[in-house]
Design a binder for this molecule. Sequence first.
Ligand code: PGA
Length: 250
Amino acid sequence: MRKPIIAGNWKMNKTPAEAKALVNELKPLVKEANATVVVCVPAVDIYAVKEAIKGSNIHLGAQNVHFKESGAYTGELSAAMLKEAGVEYVIIGHSERRQYFGETDATVNLRTLAAVKAGLTPIICVGERKEEREAGYTNALVEYQTLIALNGLTEDEIKNVVIAYEPVWAIGTGLTATDEQANETIGVIRAAIARKYGKRVGNAVRIQYGGSMNPKNVKGLMAQPEIDGGLIGGASLKAPDFSQVVNYDK
Ligand code: PGA
């Protein structure tokens, strides 16, 4: 009953001209998709991609959003700016933002609140580092990251957010969590949401897996009952690869 959602995270790749070319190649390849299809693009590509996806089933996403409405925050973008530019989804708290740009669970929460208030759907990233998994902290950590991120949202708002479980050790490394590991940890996240906000909310939230998801491993991961989609980095940069992930059920 949860509609799968496959989102590409282009990271710092593709100029506007390259973005337009990629989306134009992608459109016919994904037009029959059963999943929701999203591309999360660099900010300068938003306009080109918005024009290119018109009339298609591809949805537009951004990769970050600031939590203030406006003001002296050089280099940042507000939720209202993204919304007016045609953005529907926004990645929040990606591990690269946490690792290289000092983002914390507290700011992830503020960004989430700002995004929802502006009518954007956040894709909130959580996940453990290798040493945290080895030390046995995975479940406690992802529960904590998730509940802090959602703090202050209403139950109805929480039903509409997307969470991406991305083990940090699996991002861009070619290592993937096993189907069972990913399913188990996503189950832990869902159970934590259900404990705090009720079963109906827990059952409604879409939780993706992310971390080296590709055409080869997508079927196994998507066959797991808790996994509702994927956040795809490397494999989203080539239309044939991304479309195979999107069409995992064909
Ligand atoms: P990857 O990236 O698919 O290249 O591992 C996933 C992500 O960072 O969202």
